[in-house]
Design a protein around this ligand. Sequence first.
Ligand code: XMP
Length: 319
Amino acid sequence: NWTPAQIIEDQISRVRDQVGDRHVLLGLSGGVDSSVVAALLHKAIGDQLTCVFVDNGLLRKAEGDQVMETFAKHMGVRVIRVDAEDLFLGKLEGEADPEAKRKIIGNTFIDVFDTEAAKIEGVDFLAQGTIYPDVIESAAAKTGKAHVIKSHHNVGGLPETMKLKLVEPLRELFKDEVRKLGVELGLPYDMVYRHPFPGPGLGVRILGEVKKEYADILREADAIFIEELHNAGWYHKTSQAFAVFLPVKSVGVVGDGRRYEWVIALRAVETIDFMTARWAHLPYELLEKVSNRIINEITGVSRVTYDVSSKPPATIEWE
Ligand code: XMP
């Protein structure tokens, strides 16, 4: 049984042996896995690492700034931030099918990443935050054993044309081990113990067609929900919690008039493995506060609902 410090030392020497004096590229998403890889590689090879952070316009509130703050400002990691909101939203225009949206977001990510990679000279390696469960899942997908596989760009999304060798220092680790590494490497606790966030981001939390107006509303609603979960001490008692944008108009009364505005659904679950999940039994007072804040603070939302569906049969995400 190895301690996090020993695993880090071991991986640092393995990475140094593998890459020598060559350059490594990493797609940094702000999620736990790629963040831990960034911190680990920075420690191992310093400026031989360049991270690319793609803002696809479907991230949570202030996410891009937080990533830059943590990695570029505090740790001195070389991070290229690409503002690709217009590109992603443009490609998604008119598309309402969830799996098609996932493909568009995944492919656009690869295009953007590829373009950035081509600008950096002398890159021979691509680092990825692949962890052991990803390895298992993609093996199952290849042999057709997996029951339902949603398109992922975590494993196997490497552009063929890049011909880069892979650096995957977390390949043998489970999530809880990766988190311990993150803490040991000095990453902020809140980043390391943050709920998982899907690759397609808010793209699959806006039902149907994605629009900037919807994403902006959803970002605000989600931020309020998460903030109040933290305030009430419930964030770490749930495994995943988020807001969903429902593109239906529901009536609200404002003064003497009736106004038809959007609906926000709140989702919070408790789960061990994300294969099954129970809806979180949040206190009514907490739900009331979140609902009041969302309706009062966000223009365009007239109604908030709480999702009381368990998985199975309902999935955690709404799409
Ligand atoms: P579901 O909705 O299938 O989600 O119950 C189980 C877990 O997987 C996440 N999820 C995704 N993650 N790309 C990802 O990287 C995706 O397309 C995707 N779809 C779902 C979901 O957030 C939950 O943690």
